[in-house]
Ligand binder design. Structure first.
Ligand SMILES: Nc1ncnc2c1ncn2[C@@H]1O[C@H](COP(=O)(O)OP(=O)(O)O)[C@@H](O)[C@H]1O
Ligand SMILES: [Mg+2]
Length: 484
């Protein structure tokens, strides 16, 4: 005969109930952690619903019970009879607790399940401490569009052991492990995962087909698909990032998309690297280039004059914003590569910083859009007033946290992988990782040739001639230019 003691069914039931309560508590805890301002609306609605129920329930006549009695007038429904036996205070308590728990369950369930799934995957890898304990996932935090951070309690397992299992972790999580770092709490490690990899290279032509509106810039490929931005709603865009990240390539691709998509546009391109990045553009009848400081200053002077002329036009017409078609005025784009050479505090000549700042502050209404590219978006490189106007920001990889913070307001640009053309695009509240379009010189030349031919054949026409850039207006006593 078996000597095994019979387990009491009540014990079993209590055991199961205990486990269920603990799981429910856990899910609610995840739900609580997810509550943020965005969920505030949900909580307000819930609060209102509870107040309504309170009025119904605890009114002088206790409306809920009256309604229940009405529904079950002969007392045959056992559930209703049971509810009616519960004192009104407890009924009310349940009415608050049940929706509260339910809403926390709804909020926390997906995070709870995700953590469970990741924990199972982590267990598969077979990491164990000397005492046979498995690492335990404490938190999963979304750190970007594609990325999450998994914080793990190591139970004494060293960072090196996690590193050694990197491949297995990748296979178990079915995600790329970007890095494994020790957390502030030295008993924990942080595993950075990337869900889906963006392509390492996207061709310009493959994205241009998504351009449908005039005055468009191709931003790049994001995890959610191609991103195209209207110049008119930008209105200005800053391109920044460490050398070799892809600023100039993006600058050129942006200028090409603008030229291709826009019927009435003039480009004024300033490249302080002796014009190498804008050379191909210079043959177009609607592009003017400046390849050194002297040319750049006189170009800025001319543009300022034009901006004020346009303000006069707007004022006379009683309008607020240039409309190319209504006013027969072309949209003007001022593109500046290596902007710091021209605008940095140390090399500021003839108030270039002030000129660009004025154009950036007042330009929009006059149909002026400014697109500077620079390595570091700091006040030493470009005037803070100008930086403040740069609503659109394309930030390639930065090498320091300080530069990343200056560009994106956080460390996102420093954390970018070392892939050429990879950047953070931010406009308004949106911030997404993109692979910017690649364009080679041969393709660019061929595309520009097509536009040139269109002008020759009269298929394209601007409203106005390009501005005539005169001699720079030097201030008296300035020696910076005399030697040039
Ligand atoms: N979007 C891109 N996709 C792939 N490779 C790129 C991309 N942009 C730039 N590159 C590569 O990186 C190199 C440096 O790019 P560049 O635009 O000159 O950098 P920066 O102006 O930031 O110094 C280019 O010559 C090109 O080979
Ligand atoms: Mg460059």
């Amino acid at each position: 005969m078996s000597t095994k003691a019979k387990t009491d069914p009540l014990d079993n039931l209590l055991d199961v109930m205990g486990k269920m309560t603990s799981t429910l508590g856990h899910i609610c805890f995840f739900g609580l952690r997810r509550i943020n301002l965005k969920d505030l609306v949900l909580w307000l609605k819930l609060g209102t619903a509870i107040s309504c129920l309170m009025i119904l329930t605890l009114g002088p006549e206790n409306h809920l019970n009256q309604a229940l009695r009405f529904l079950d007038s002969d007392g045959s429904n056992s559930v209703i009879s049971l509810v009616l036996k519960i004192p009104a205070g407890i009924q009310f308590g349940l009415l608050i607790v049940i929706p509260l728990v339910l809403s926390l369950v709804v909020l926390g369930l997906s995070a709870f399940m995700e953590q469970g799934k990741l924990q199972k995957a982590l267990n598969k890898v077979g990491l164990k401490s000397a005492l046979g304990k498995e690492p335990e996932i404490k938190r999963v935090t979304k750190t970007g569009d594609l990325r999450k951070k998994v914080t793990v309690e190591t139970h004494g397992i060293g960072l090196g052991s996690f590193e050694a299992k990197r491949d297995s972790l990748q296979a178990a999580f079915r995600m790329r492990v970007e890095s494994i770092e020790s957390a502030n709490d030295l008993g924990q490690v942080e595993i950075y995962l990337c869900a889906k990899e963006l392509p390492k290279m996207v061709q310009y032509a493959d994205l241009y087909k998504y351009v449908t509106d005039p005055y468009s810039i191709i931003i790049g490929q994001s995890s959610k698909g191609p991103v195209i931005q209207s110049l008119l709603s930008l209105p200005h865009m800053l391109i920044s990032g460490a050398t070799g990240g892809g600023k100039s390539v993006f600058f050129r691709s942006s200028m090409l998309s603008l030229l291709k998509s826009s019927p009435h546009i003039q480009l004024y391109l300033l490249d302080m690297k002796r014009g190498v990045e804008v050379k191909e553009f210079s043959e177009l009848p609607n592009v003017k280039t400046a390849k050194n400081k002297t040319e750049a200053i006189s170009m800025l002077d001319t543009l300022l004059k034009e901006m004020h002329r346009r303000y006069d036009i707007l004022e006379n017409a009683g309008e607020k914003l240039v409309d190319p078609v209504r006013d027969n005025l072309d949209i003007i784009v001022i593109g500046i590569d290596e902007a710091a050479v021209l605008f940095s505090k140390s090399s500021d000549v003839e108030g270039a910083r002030e000129k660009i700042s004025e154009l950036a502050r007042l330009g929009r209404a006059a149909g002026f859009h400014i697109i500077p590219a620079t390595q570091k978006p700091v006040k030493d490189a470009i005037d803070t007033d100008t930086l403040d106007q740069m609503n659109g920001r394309m930030t390639f990889r930065m090498l320091s946290s300080a530069a990343s913070t200056a560009a994106t307001g956080g460390g996102a640009a420093k954390k970018l992988p070392a892939i050429k053309g990879r950047a953070i695009w931010s406009h308004g509240a949106d911030e997404i990782e993109v692979q910017t379009p690649f364009i080679n010189d041969k393709f660019l030349k061929a595309e520009l040739e097509v536009i040139k031919t269109e002008f020759k054949q009269g298929k394209r026409q601007n409203f106005e001639e390009l501005l005539t850039v005169g001699k720079p207006v030097f201030k008296k006593n300035n020696t910076a230019f005399d030697s040039k």
